[in-house]
Write a protein that binds this ligand. Structure first.
Ligand code: B12
Length: 318
């Protein structure tokens, strides 16, 4: 019985999902002895991952584990731990191992497959998967156990993953619908742009049209782009060396440029240890606030925006 606790024994529905076939097909394979079946004490069928993958190879059925040979078992366990327990520790340790051994294609494939897995929300993928891993990369670099070049390889790999995911998302989207417009970028002086890429993709998944300005964008340019594109939302990502004071300065400058003929909402976010108190700043914008995660942003986009463009009554702006 003990061996059925192993993560590598799959139920028939897990096999069906992995191979993208109907569960009745898996049962037929079991009955016809194409797959070796082991039964639990309760009489339920269990199939070993390696047997399943062997059958898939014989029948030219692709699975998301194909790029990871011979580590399919490790990836299967890590992905399931992320989905079932919300723990990305195994994903991160696999990714870190491949990074330090220079196996960047595997690292890229791991995050690509994780990002497109139906059991992983895009918000969790960003907050727990990408941010969690990059934090570990940053800490390992600071501890002197990772070279700058390796940190850069990790960054480039994750940027590639986010761009690939975007292409798939854009292809899948119906064109012609009326869309709300957002301007997204990182604060001037800040060269970190993965957070901004997450924001762009989250908005596009919510059906927004996004003007992505990249990193190190002068605050005045956010204001100018908002006006020229008549954007409904401006999103600015913040990370060190910027501080809470820089965030406050950005809000003040945007307030000075605010034109009530072009109302918009403002969302600030990113990796700042302390957030400024904005209570004492006059805010003409409809504020989405300072959001620490994609999960919060996802919720704010669904709840606060509803189906239509936000409008600020002129009286509230004066
Ligand atoms: C990659 C990286 C770099 C790369 C960036 C490349 C690139 N193209 O982005 C490079 C090498 C350029 C770099 C440079 C520097 N870096 Co750096 N960097 C990192 C690292 C390892 C990862 C950052 C990252 O991509 N995270 C992943 C993203 C997804 O996370 P995130 O930005 O937090 O975004 C998430 C949320 O915050 C939120 N979010 C973000 N933006 C927004 C916006 C909105 C609107 C919303 C709603 C949400 C939201 O959603 C995202 C998903 O969860 C971090 C380590 C860490 N702890 O993060 C250090 C880190 C941030 N860097 C650090 C430092 C010190 C620097 C440098 C000063 C180093 C130097 N001496 O030159 C320079 C600064 C350069 C500059 N002017 O910006 C320190 C900061 C320490 C501190 N608190 O002061 C860190 C923490 C590393 C460390 N452990 O010491 N860095």
């Amino acid at each position: 019985m003990e061996r059925f606790n192993s993560d590598l024994y799959l139920t028939t529905s897990q096999v069906a999902e992995l191979l993208s076939v109907h569960p009745s097909t898996v049962k037929r394979w079991c009955n016809e002895k194409d797959l070796e079946v082991t039964k639990t004490d309760g009489g339920h069928r269990r199939l070993h991952l390696q047997d399943v993958l062997e059958l898939a190879r014989e029948r030219s059925i692709a699975t998301f584990l194909d790029p990871f040979t011979p580590y399919e078992g490790h990836v299967w366990t890590a992905v399931n731990q992320a989905i079932d327990e919300g723990s990305y520790a195994r994903i991160h340790s696999l990714a870190m191992g491949w990074l330090t051994r220079g196996q960047i294609r595997r690292l890229t494939a791991l995050f690509t497959e994780l990002g497109r897995h139906p059991g992983v929300s895009f918000a969790d993928f960003c907050d727990l998967g990408v941010r969690g891993f990059m934090r570990e990369v940053g800490e390992t670099w600071r501890a002197g156990r990772l070279r700058v070049g390796e940190e850069h390889m990790a960054t480039e790999a994750l940027i590639e993953v986010l761009i690939r995911m975007r292409e798939v998302a854009l292809e899948a989207r119906e064109s012609g619908e009326s869309r709300r417009v957002a301007v997204v970028g990182s604060m001037e002086g800040d060269r970190h742009n993965i957070g901004g890429l997450c924001v762009r993709l989250m908005l596009e998944r919510h059906g927004w049209k996004v003007f992505f300005l990249g990193a190190d964008v002068p605050v005045e340019d956010f204001a100018a782009m908002q006006k020229s594109r008549d954007a409904d939302l401006v999103c600015i990502s913040f990370a060190p060396p910027n501080t809470a004071a820089d965030m406050k300065r950005a809000v003040r400058i945007l307030g000075e440029f605010y034109d009530r003929a072009h109302p918009y909402a403002l969302a600030l976010g990113g990796d700042l240890s302390e957030s400024p108190f904005l209570d004492d700043v006059e805010l003409p914008f409809r504020e989405l606030g300072i959001l620490g995660s994609m999960r919060d942003f996802d919720r704010a986009l669904s709840e606060d925006f509803g189906p239509r463009t936000p409008e600020i009554p002129v009286d509230d702006v004066a």
